[in-house]
Each structure stands twice: as C-alpha cells, then as structure tokens.
Design a protein around this ligand. Structure first.
Ligand code: ATP
Length: 381
C-alpha cells in the first residue's frame, strides 16, 4: 500500500507539461527519475487551517488516496505514489494519454450501438468492481471517463477523479449534496441516503446522452434541471431516438428509476441483453442501431464550450477579486474561486453531512440552481 512520502516530489520526479486542472489544483505530466516512467501528478492545495475556505481539507485528500489504494482494476486509474507537504498533497497517478471518451467518439463519423457498448461495458466493469468493494464514485460524468490510449484498435476506458468517492460502510448512512445537476440522482437533491445506485443513475444519464446527444433532464436553468431530475421526467423523443434499439431504451429505463432500490446494479447491467445479447437477433439489432452522431457532436461541442466558459469566468472572477480584496494573502488569491463564494446552505449545517460543492452546467450567474447547492469548478482540457 502506498504511504505518504514527505520529501520534495521534484527530488524523485521531473515535472513536465500541464495535463489538466481541477478545482483544487493542477495535473501535470511527470517522469519518475529512477525508472524513466511517465505518470500524471495531481497537485492538490490543502487548507492551512480549519476555518479557511481555500484548498481541500487534508482528510478529504487522504480519503481519495485511501480509496484509490483499494482499487486495482484495468478500467480504474491507478495510484502509484503520494506526497504530502504542509501546503499541498501530490498524487502520482497512472498517466492517461487518450483524452476523454466523449471527445474520442465525437471525432467519429458514425458509431453503432455495438461499438458504444464496447466502451460502456468497460465503464460498467470498473464500476461493478468498485461497488463490490463498497466504494461509490459519486461523480460519474463524461469528464471523468477517459481513454488510456486512443490510437489503438480497442481503446481502454479509465475512470478518473475519485475526489468525491466514498466507502459506504455497512450500516452507515451517507448523505451529501454533490455532483453535477445533469448527472445527479434524485436522492442527492432530496438529501436522502446515497450509495452505489446513485452511480447507476449517472450511468443511465451518460448512456442516454451517448445514444442521443441529448441530456435527459437538462432544463433552461439548473433549477429546472434539478426539478426535472426530482420529477424523474424524461422521454425518448422518436425523432431523436429513431436509430436506437428497444433494448437500449430498456437498459436506460431500468437505470433512470427514482427509487434507488429499483435500479439495476452494475453487475445486472453487465448481463442485460443489450450488453450481453441472448441470441443472434439481439446481437444483430445492436450492430444495426446507431448513435445519433449529429446530435452527439453538437452536445459535445456545447459541453466543451461550457467547461471553457466556466474556467474563463472563474478566472475573471478571480481577477475581480484580486482588485477588490487587496488584503487577501497571495496564496488565498490564487485558489479563490468565485464558485466558493456562495452562501453555505442551511442544509450544510446539518449533522451527518459532508460539505460538498455542486458543479453547475449553467454559464449564467443568475441561474443559480438552488442556494443550497454550491458549484464545483470543473476542469477544462
Ligand atoms: P474537478 O474539479 O473536476 O473535480 P479535480 O480537481 O478532482 O477536478 P481531476 O478531475 O482528477 O481533478 O483532474 C483534472 C483534469 O486533469 C482531468 O479532467 C483530466 O483532464 C486531467 N487528468 C486527471 N488525471 C489524469 C491522469 N491520470 N492522466 C492524464 N490526465 C489526467
């Protein structure tokens, strides 16, 4: 098991170009000096003191490390090493070179359901593996589903970002407000107990989008999206889903169920006839049905634009803050994001609840979902 090293990461690793950035720091390519092997170093700023709103609590990062240490699966990003200093923690992770799955798909001219299933099956295997270890990811979304390499005949899926993941111990109740409105399950919004079925809802949403290029619950505002999620109101528009097989729709229907207990588990998904056809007819149907590529490309372009927009507007807010908040310490200025300035909800004061942020899909400040949900700035790659 990886233990925290206290020496300087640069003594052991050569730091190279930036690969991406998240809410609490950057991810950089790095080379282990002793072996010449390349990794991704996730640099996370940690809070100086309990009261500070900047950076992550050390125990939150320790939880991410603790979880990654328990996961060893071909479809889950591996943790190689971990460093801790006073101001930051560095996770040395398996280097994932192939970019996001959705970007890879969006470059294609056409994709059959059968091809899409090749990816979905790998996501399900990774998720089934973590769920059997009582670990739930709680942030499954396109940005966190990557490809190890893309220029190979059968690219391998890697699930990343275990920053919100939790080990749900037997007999314990975990509640939280976390995630991204488009992908979160009704029980998150209703502040009810969460668990592996919460991830299965997100997989239902991801599959719906993958097949249609439409987000099932997306409203004009976050508020509307969350209302749609809670109502569980979505439909399969015939014009959009005309190339979609009935089995694919059945697969989604069995995931987007309001009661978490009714949803298929990841193991059940893996034996659903859409994923594992029972006969030749079902198999042929999958290869004849295709994803709505025109819509999917549009969805992905909009998604990327929103991620960039969020990043730019966060930078702008940061600049404004620099002008307004001169007394702030340098370090605080660097890691202050406007997203974190929202008032904390009354709910976040409740006991038995971890304070979390909620990332918004909306680019407009005035479209705050509900005051009780706070944003998490997403990465922009
Ligand atoms: P968020 O604010 O979205 O929760 P985060 O701070 O938890 O982000 P990650 O999502 O883990 O950070 O990483 C940010 C970005 O860095 C990713 O979207 C991805 O582009 C890149 N990245 C993360 N891990 C790796 C990796 N192992 N290999 C290559 N790139 C990576």
């Amino acid at each position: 098991m990886t233990s925290f090293k206290h020496e300087n990461v640069e003594d052991l690793y050569e730091l190279l170009e930036k690969l991406g950035s998240g809410h609490f720091g950057e991810v950089k390519k790095c080379k282990e000096k002793s072996t010449g092997t390349y990794y991704a170093g996730k640099f996370i700023k940690t809070r100086k003191c309990k009261g500070s709103r900047l950076g992550l609590d050390r125990d939150q990062v320790e939880r991410e490390v603790f979880i990654l240490q328990q996961l060893e699966h071909p479809n889950i990003m591996r943790l190689h090493d971990v460093f801790a200093s006073k101001a930051e923690m560095v996770l040395i992770l398996e280097l994932i070179r192939g970019g996001e799955l959705f970007d890879f798909i969006a470059e294609k001219e056409a994709l059959s359901e059968e091809d899409a299933i090749e990816f979905l099956e790998q996501i399900l295997k990774g998720v089934a593996y973590m769920h059997t270890r009582s670990i739930a990811h709680f942030d499954l979304k396109p940005e966190n589903i990557m490809l190890l390499q893309k220029d190979v005949p059968h690219p391998k899926i890697k699930i990343i970002d275990f920053g919100l993941a939790q080990k749900i111990e037997d007999g314990t109740v975990f509640k939280s407000l976390c995630g991204t409105p488009q992908y979160i399950a009704p029980e998150v919004i209703n502040y009810e107990p969460l668990g592996p079925p919460t991830d299965m809802w997100s997989i239902g949403v991801i599959t719906y989008i993958l097949l249609s290029g439409l987000s099932p619950f997306q409203g004009e505002t976050d508020q509307e999206t969350l209302t749609n999620v809670v109502a569980g109101s979505y439909e399969f528009d015939d014009r959009i889903f005309k190339q979609t097989s009935e089995l694919a729709k059945d697969f989604i229907r069995q995931l987007l169920l309001k009661d978490p207990r009714d949803r298929m588990t990841a193991v059940e998904c893996l034996i659903h006839p859409w994923i594992k056809p029972l006969n030749r007819k079902q198999a042929v149907n999958r290869s004849r049905s295709s994803i709505n590529m025109k819509n999917f490309k549009k969805f992905n372009a909009r998604r990327k634009w929103k991620l960039s927009y969020n990043m730019v507007s966060a930078c702008n807010r940061l600049c404004r803050m620099k002008l307004l908040c001169n007394p702030m310490k340098d370090e605080e200025e660097l890691f202050y994001s406007g997203d974190l300035l929202r008032p904390t909800s009354p709910l976040t004061e409740r006991s038995n609840k971890t304070r979390r942020q909620c990332e918004s899909d909306q680019e407009d400040e005035k479209t705050k979902p509900v005051t009780l949900l706070r944003r998490r700035l997403s990465s922009c790659s």
